[in-house]
Design a protein around this ligand. Structure first.
Ligand code: BEZ
Length: 303
């Protein structure tokens, strides 16, 4: 069985007609019919019902169609990923979710540029889901995000678990607290972000509550981090955010540590499965060097 057979079979299945499929494939109809016959003979099963008009797939045909389509998508991704790997030594394309800019991302990027001046480094803001698609399409080499999305073509490395802090309005009765638990804030209006796409950081925050059997009664969903913090400043509610935000000065907002151990958001590096390029190894070394310098707890992983 060759790739050609899959392409021909998919065209016939989608057009439900040999003549139209042949036109779409720019071949004559008799060779197309012969190729489908050969495929059925090799598989030892009928893929199309005999005599049905319009053409109808058998159960085996439908099964084969779904898998053949997936195989062609994977083939195309393999081509795009390999083409990208061919240029991986010249440049590094990095995608990040916005909140990592308040973590160590700026330091990491600066250090990479200092150590590897000749490498062209590109930065792109993307959601974790977009990062997975971009890795598969060969458009980026590394994604820094917070969600653990499963995909066989993508390897995820948990870099560290960043604790959450609570952003409260400067005139809130919590402002002088040294630390708060999730149970302490269960009756507050909790401002979540981003509303879309889901799953998102908002779901991570809700999971933290669920983990201790709590469900906040008042939720306000907002489009993004800065809207959530603006609403906190306006006294609309409180928001759980990654600790990195506590280093910023936001007018009328105070950050208070959250003491529950499981109230954290992971920082995850996604790369193409089996990608062992030097630039990625160098990037990982820089991240761990910074963690060591700043005494940040992490578990070292190798590629
Ligand atoms: C961090 O804050 O640990 C981090 C942020 C972005 C990329 C890598 C690490």
């Amino acid at each position: 069985m060759e790739i050609r057979h899959l392409r021909y079979f998919i065209a016939v299945a989608e057009e439900k007609n040999f003549t139209r499929a042949a036109e779409k494939l720019f071949i004559a109809q008799p060779p197309l019919s012969r190729q489908i016959q050969q495929l059925e003979e090799e598989l030892g099963v009928q893929l199309f019902e005999r005599g049905a008009r319009p053409l109808k797939m058998t159960v085996a045909g439908e099964f084969f169609y779904e898998h053949a389509k997936q195989l062609l998508v994977q083939m195309n991704e393999l081509k795009l990923m390999t083409q990208r790997m061919g240029h991986a030594h010249e440049s590094l394309r990095v995608a990040y979710v916005a909140s990592t800019l308040y973590g160590k991302l700026p330091q990491i990027i600066n250090m990479f540029r200092q150590r590897y001046e000749s490498i062209k480094l590109e930065l792109h803001e993307m959601t974790t889901m977009e990062q997975v698609h971009a890795l598969r399409a060969g458009e980026i080499d590394i994604g820094f995000g917070r969600l653990y999305l499963h995909d066989a073509n993508v390897r995820r490395i948990i870099l560290r678990k960043e604790p959450l802090v609570l952003a409260v309005p400067a005139n809130h009765h919590f402002v002088n607290k040294a630390g708060l638990s999730l149970a302490d804030i269960i009756n507050e209006k909790i401002i979540l972000y981003p509303q879309k796409p889901r799953p998102s950081f908002a779901d991570q925050v809700l999971e933290c509550f669920k983990f201790v059997g709590l469900q906040p009664a008042h939720l306000i969903e907002t489009r993004e981090l800065h809207i959530a913090l603006g609403l906190v400043a306006a006294g609309e509610g409180v928001a759980l955010v990654p600790t990195g935000l506590a280093l910023t000065q936001i007018r009328d907002v105070v950050f208070i540590p959250v003491i529950d151990d499981h109230a954290f958001s992971p920082i995850i590096m996604s790369i193409r499965t089996l990608d062992k390029s030097e630039n990625i190894r160098n990037m990982l070394d820089i991240i761990y060097d910074i963690y060591d310098q700043e005494k940040i707890t992490y578990t070292r992983r190798n590629i």
